[in-house]
Write a protein that binds this ligand. Structure first.
Ligand code: SF4
Length: 331
């Protein structure tokens, strides 16, 4: 990972540390960016005199604040995401006074998106397309829209419940909900476009400005794969309900309510806490199926697990409470 690929806003960070007189600061970086963590720590430490502590834990999203580290520092710089404290679906994950300690650094990318958008035009079937991006590229959507107009495509940058129009998270796709049947996702990675296709039910063209790769995600194909996973859970006699222990993914009340409902239906049900939901972490448990109440963005990975791992809505299909066609709803 090139440190130059993103704006780390180090000047602003150093100023803030000095302004607030912070003596000890934390850094939290997403997985792909951790390679530059030590360089950043060294620079901050040298120029501000602050003790810098890097979070070595996984960091998958804006809701994933390293709380323990935050309690032990004067400021925590969380890279790669926007503040979602006010996002209506994520209850305030930290008490107000703690929120002030966290500074979000959005990691805007300076890469030119025009070449990959131009390449993606061939995949756009209709005349109108919805344009979305992660926060790293959301500022480039207007430029992409102008370029698409030159190719006779009307692009719509949808309103978002997040900080910026056109912005998406792995669990928030309001900007893709408009009238367009196709979405052009201008950013890296596969789980956002897969999530949009699955949950919004639209065809998604993913254009990666770094690799110049174009991917196409068909809603029907992804939904069929999930139906197969649900079908494998129909005979389950025992279920483990996973409670995510990451700060913004802790849904204990929902999990307990689901457990009660499951037991009433005559199945055995257990509650299991977990930080990371991996196949290895599930192997030891002697149950027929799992239900994930934590981050929904991992659904694509779960499709390949040996035992079925369902979302709450998908599991409600198994319980006979939700119709198959109504289960692709984000929690
Ligand atoms: S729940 Fe998942 S997708 Fe949503 S902000 Fe948290 S890590 Fe990201």
């Amino acid at each position: 990972m090139e440190k130059n690929s993103y704006d780390f806003e180090l000047g602003k960070i150093k100023e803030l540390i000095k302004e607030r007189g912070a003596k000890r600061v934390g850094l939290q970086l997403p997985e792909g960016i951790k390679t530059v963590a030590t360089d950043i720590a060294a620079e901050i430490s040298k120029e501000t005199g602050a003790e810098v502590i890097i979070s070595g834990n996984s960091c998958y999203g804006a809701c994933d604040i390293d709380e323990k580290l935050m309690r032990n520092v004067d400021m925590l710089f969380h890279f790669g995401h926007t503040d979602t404290f006010s996002f209506y679906k994520r209850k305030p994950v930290l008490k107000e006074n703690y929120q002030k300690k966290v500074v979000f650094v959005e990691l805007r990318s300076g890469v030119d998106v025009k070449p990959v958008v131009e390449k993606a035009v061939a995949e756009i079937k209709g005349d109108t397309v919805g344009l979305v991006a992660t926060v790293q590229h959301v500022h480039a959507l207007k430029e992409a829209k102008i370029l698409l107009a030159r190719f006779g495509k009307k692009a719509i940058i949808g309103k978002s419940r997040l900080k910026y129009d056109g912005q998406v998270l792995g669990c928030e796709f309001s900007s893709a909900m408009g009238t367009c049947e196709e979405i052009l996702f201008v950013s890296s990675g596969g789980f956002h476009p897969a999530g949009i296709a699955l949950y919004v039910g639209k065809r998604v063209i993913a254009a990666d400005p770094f690799t110049m790769q174009i991917g196409v995600y068909e809603a029907d194909e992804l939904r069929k794969k999930r139906y197969l996973v649900i079908a494998r859970a129909l005979d389950a006699k025992s279920v483990a309900i996973i409670v995510g222990m990451k700060t913004g993914q802790f849904e204990l009340s929902k999990a307990i309510a689901l457990k009660r409902k499951t037991v009433e239906k005559g199945l055995k049900a257990y509650l299991i806490t977990m930080n990371e939901i991996t196949e290895d972490n599930l192997l030891a448990f002697n149950v027929d199926a799992f239900v994930n109440t934590a981050c929904p963005r991992l659904v694509e990975d779960f499709t390949h697990f040996k035992k079925p791992v369902l979302s709450i809505k998908e599991f409600e299909v198994v319980l006979g409470e939700v119709r198959w066609e109504d289960c692709f709803v984000l929690p």
